[in-house]
Design a protein around this ligand. Sequence first.
Ligand SMILES: [Zn+2]
Length: 450
Amino acid sequence: MAKLTFYGGVNEIGGNKILLEEKGTKILFDFGQSFNFGADYFTGWLAPRSINGLCDHFEFGLLPKISGLYSKEQLAKTDFPYSEPEISAVFLSHGHFDHVAHICFVDPKIPVYLGAGTKLFMESMEETSSFCDYKVHNYRTFRTGKKITVDNIEVEPVHVDHSIPAAYGFIVRTDESTIVYTGDFRLHGPRRDLTEDFLKAALNAKPDALICEGTRMARKDRRQNFSEKEVAQGTDRLVASSEKMVFVTHYSRDMDRFRSFYEAAVRNQRKIVVSPKTAYLLSKLGEDKHLKLPDPLKDDHILVYYKRKKTGTYSNGDYYPWERTFMGRMADAVFIHENQRKLIMDLDFYQFAELIDIKPEPGSIFIHSMSEPFSEEDLEDAVLHNWLKHFGLQFHQLHASGHLCKEEIKNVVKTVNAKKVFPVHTESPDLFKKISKKVQEPEKEQPYTV
Ligand SMILES: [Zn+2]
């Protein structure tokens, strides 16, 4: 029989690490970092030392000791011996860090299967973020429709809609069992059809086990949630009704959200101003024609904001080579100040100091297009509101989640009707038990046969 072991994503949102084993073949599905990773021992600048490989992680039990998984280099300073690969493959469902981040520790001899678009996201992260290094791997890309055979196990990736493009669920067939893993997914996004395709395939597979995400499976979902269409319409209304600058802040890899703001700019005869990082990501994703995103080097509705660096004179040498590509599209603080009524500016919270140079007119609009803070004592949230108050910016909350709501999860579990259901990526796996008697709350590092 096939065996499933959950090394992460248990009683937590994110950090999925799921091991499937049958007849000696072992496959890992996702190898992400938990959101509260190491929070009991590390904070701020106190972080695991990269020079020490996995040693600092193992000290506090932050990563599982799985033999034949990690690279020689990462194990060198630990007391856990290196052995040749025992894991046949790693499959990544999508490019969010809570699903992929820890592959940097994985032995480069183990093939890593991922969506073609996910590969572009990961490359872009590595090229534009100094802290991001997934290390060298034997990457093998897939698209929906491809079936991948690893020894006696067949893995069929099927696209789903999520808050990052190129997200997949998996239908996995072993000699004796069929297992469906949802990854992260939603039904209220612009590509509902993708998730519907996946659910159809999941139902037809008559699975023995369903591994289902449950991010929004909470006792009380007090936070507001819109569909992507409602976010787009709400933005459109705000932009159309304002004579002033519109600032937006959102998750940088949510391209549906970017598109909503871009389209609002176009419809209202404004231009959208993005960071060099977003411009780079857009041009990179342009390689994937399926994604249909505008090209920042060709599209006149896009400008790129350059903040002052090094000499403070906007000279070429002040910027990384990848940033220089877009200097022909440069908007600086003076330009933004003078043209503020004709712009929508994508401004991340950590770039708020730029507001001092931009000097927005009081009464300008600020759209917070991310999850609302988890707690009322959120420090960053308090600082954000102090800045908005200081500059007289009007706050608006407009966000669509990347995940199914509670009712939709219930429907999926009932419809797919698997013989066993394992909730992952949720803080309340117990709530799944109210939906079906077939729910098995996974315990970390415990094997389950399916
Ligand atoms: Zn995700």
